[in-house]
Design a protein around this ligand. Structure first.
Ligand code: PLP
Length: 347
């Protein structure tokens, strides 16, 4: 979901971008107009997240899967092994992708707990010689989120696909952060990579140029034609976040939205959430019905009431409410009211 204001602005200037008589998608990526736009978008993101100058910000084609698949090539830097924290489906996929290139040390895994918690850090098996330590900040499918940054001695790599822009992050604590755009930033097809330039000194020589973060940084993410329209849309979203009051406002709003929904679930006799309370996701609230026979009716009636996309991921089942930045507090109130009424009449 994107904010209506963002969609309306894109619509209003779709055929005539800033008086140019052309659509932004018709403008070459090497033209001064597009370069100015790209610079504005990057500086907005740098402002929003207070990204230090020593970090590159890359706007790359593709999705989050591309990034976790190429992170080993870019960051192994001659080391024999990388640390991975396993908290769900996205961590698991990243681990499988990394195994092609390196030994993977599983720092901890909540697999035996059905990925409903984050293992206690006092039991983590960190390797101080690992090239980096990778974790998934928010497990979008399972509904598990880190509410503090893991403490490790190697460069920390984070998949923030479904949590970037939803809360404050201190970028200087990370070696690399990446996020596919389609969850909380803009249309699918663009991925943001924020990376400490110090880490890009020893990239595997087989790495294709387009996948080489250092080369992409030197070429301002324009080694080949980037997804220009998506880049523009991400920029509109960044401007919107700033207009709302920035990341702090987003964080507070997201906290209120998820508190409201979890409270309703915990008070309910029909709906439940079984994720450990210390790591419940503020972005993706996964919940189930005590009587599973009611699931289909619940989803159908929700759709009729204008509450869309509540079906859980096929790997998780049940329901999932994704509360990305564009979802308003009023929208969550409407969902809670609908759930209460459903339970009263059908539960
Ligand atoms: C959606 C998602 C992905 C996969 O994104 P693609 O762009 O489809 O590759 C990876 N990680 C997380 C946390 C996600 O939410």
């Amino acid at each position: 979901m994107l904010p209506e204001e963002v969609m309306l602005q894109a619509q209003a200037e779709l055929l005539d971008w800033q008086g140019s008589g052309k659509s932004v998608m018709e403008i070459g990526h090497r033209t001064p107009d597009f370069i100015k736009l790209a610079e504005h978008v990057e500086s907005s993101l740098r402002d929003i997240l207070a990204i230090p100058d020593s970090y590159h910000v890359l706007f790359l084609a593709g999705g989050a899967t591309h990034q976790y698949s190429i992170i080993p090539m870019n960051l192994l830097a001659g080391k024999q092994s990388a640390d991975y924290i396993d908290t769900g489906i996205w961590s698991d996929k990243a681990i499988a992708a990394a195994k092609r290139y390196t030994d993977v040390n599983i720092v901890c895994s909540s697999r035996d707990d059905d990925y409903q918690s984050i293992p206690d850090p006092s039991n983590w098996q960190l390797n101080n010689d690992a090239a980096y330590c990778y974790y998934t900040d928010n497990e979008t499918i399972g509904g598990v989120e880190f509410h503090s940054v893991p403490k490790v001695s190697t460069p920390l790599v984070s998949d923030m696909t479904s949590s970037l822009l939803s809360k404050q992050v201190d970028v200087s604590q990370f070696g690399l952060i990446f996020a596919g755009a389609q969850k909380n930033i803009g249309p699918a097809g663009l991925t943001l990579v924020i990376v400490n330039s110090e880490l890009l000194k020893d990239i595997l020589s087989i790495t294709p140029d387009l996948l080489n973060y250092s080369l992409q940084a030197k070429n301002h993410s324009m080694l080949n034609t980037p997804p220009t329209f998506n880049w523009y849309m991400a920029g509109l979203m960044f401007d919107w976040v700033k207009q709302q009051g920035g990341i702090e406002t987003m964080q507070q709003m997201n906290q209120r939205k998820s508190d409201l929904l979890y409270r309703a679930i915990d008070e309910s006799g029909l709906f439940y959430n079984d994720i450990a309370k210390t790591c419940r996701s503020r972005m993706n609230v996964v919940f189930h019905l005590q009587d599973e026979n009611l699931l289909q009716t619940f989803l159908e009636e929700a759709t009729l009431a204008g509450l869309h996309a509540l079906k859980g991921h096929k790997l998780a089942g049940g329901c999932r409410a994704s509360l990305y930045n564009a979802v308003s507090e009023a929208g969550v109130e409407q969902l809670v009211a609908f759930m209460r009424e459903f339970e009263r009449t059908k539960g």
